[in-house]
Design a protein around this ligand. Structure first.
Ligand code: SAH
Length: 371
């Protein structure tokens, strides 16, 4: 028994776990201090270890002046990995990274170039997904497993290094940076919310890479209890996106099984309580499925849902995948929804489809398109 657990309660029991050990990459700075103290390494090493792991992205043995402590830390903990297998580029500049986890499971992360040498990374939180939305390729895979917090962090670091080494060889001028994260890859980020929470705390925390909260977006199918916790934990500073996709429960239930559990009225109540600091707005995603969710009655219901919410509807033209039961909308069909919502007083925008040529667009991530 460790010296501090004599009272019966182990102070490390609540820390994130990876492979039955403490999930080193998933620990916040304060949690790392606690763990190092407990393992006899001492709090004083926390800054050095945290900077090594998160800023320099080093292995324990590479961290300067850590000496024998490296071994002690390694005994108690595990550093999650997300190995880069391959990358494919779409003609529009989007790059899809195929990453492999310790058990051979594969996930995808998509790098989206933006203006001014910035990149957004579309992050996966699970291998597959349990939500089974009818219009989503990942949903057809079922849930294989959820990433640990450390694996989520490792995925971001792998993409970070990819940007650094691939694009920044020409010197310090025009350095490209990974600045934005969207948790919109494979999986439902609020399904095992604890893990997403830990990873976000690490990525946003002040001693690491310090991602800016307003440049991070979490997209959810609408798991109400986890949404409430997310609102409290991040006080609205991290952007919340809800996959709305219909204005009526009846329609929503046809395309999103989760809608049977969490009806629109409850979602709206939850969104009304979500804090919106400054000029923040909620994002409501709406995949345009012709003949399914674009009727005037549906748009009336969307407008009704949006009444009283500070929200922007983001229209996503349906991206097709193998054997998908829906067809893509024409440009005119997407514009009609856009106009229809605007006429009803709903602010809305159309998401530019990117990466579709290599199956890297919204809802197409299912480990295909690497040929
Ligand atoms: N599980 C999260 C993240 C999913 S991916 C969520 O459901 O919000 C991000 C967005 O892409 C979601 O709004 C999702 O519904 C949408 N999407 C899924 N499949 C799609 C497809 N084939 N075409 C267009 N958008 C899709």
């Amino acid at each position: 028994m460790s010296p501090c657990s004599e009272s019966g309660s182990d102070p490390l029991a609540s820390l994130p776990v990876h492979l039955n050990k403490t999930d080193l990459l998933g620990l916040t700075f304060e949690q790392l201090e606690l763990a190092l103290d407990h393992w006899g390494v001492g709090k004083g090493q926390a800054k050095r270890v945290f900077r090594g792991l998160h800023v320099k992205q080093q292995a324990l043995t590479e961290i300067e002046s850590l000496g024998r402590h490296a071994q002690v830390i390694a005994q108690h903990s595990e550093i999650a990995q997300a190995r880069l297998v391959t990358a494919v580029k779409s003609p529009d500049g989007t790059e899809k990274l195929l990453l492999e986890l310790y058990d051979g499971a594969q996930i995808e992360a998509v790098l989206l170039p933006m203006r001014r040498e910035r990149y957004t990374l579309c992050v996966s939180t699970q291998v597959g997904c349990a939500m089974a939305c009818a219009f989503c390729a990942t949903g057809t895979m079922g849930l294989k497993r959820t990433l640990s917090a450390g694996e989520l962090v490792a995925q971001v670091y792998q993409a970070f290094q990819y940007v650094q080494t691939k694009f920044n060889q020409s010197g310090p001028q025009d350095q490209k940076v990974l600045s934005h994260l969207v948790l919109m890859g494979m999986g439902e980020p609020l399904h095992y919310y604890e893990r997403t929470r830990s990873a976000l705390k690490v990525l946003l925390g002040q001693h690491g890479l310090c991602f800016s909260a307003r440049k991070v977006t979490v997209s959810t199918v609408g798991l109400v209890p986890a949404m409430q916790r997310f609102s409290q934990d991040f006080e609205g500073r991290v952007q919340l996106a809800l996959s709305l996709h219909a204005g009526r429960d009846e329609t929503r239930q046809k395309i999103m099984p989760v809608a049977k559990k969490w009806p629109l009225a409850l979602l709206k109540e939850t969104l009304l309580k979500h804090p919106l600091p400054g000029r923040r707005v909620l994002m409501l995603e709406y995949v345009v499925l012709p003949g399914v969710n674009d009727s005037p009655e549906e748009l009336d219901a969307v407008a009704e849902f949006c009444t009283g919410l500070r929200a922007l509807v983001n229209l996503i033209p349906f991206n097709p995948f193998k054997n998908s039961p829906f067809r893509s909308p024409t440009e005119a069909e997407v514009l009609a929804v856009d106009q229809g919502l605007k006429q009803r007083g709903v602010p809305c925008s159309i998401r530019v489809t990117r990466g579709r040529e290599k199956s890297g667009a919204c809802g197409q991530l299912a480990i295909e398109g690497y040929a």
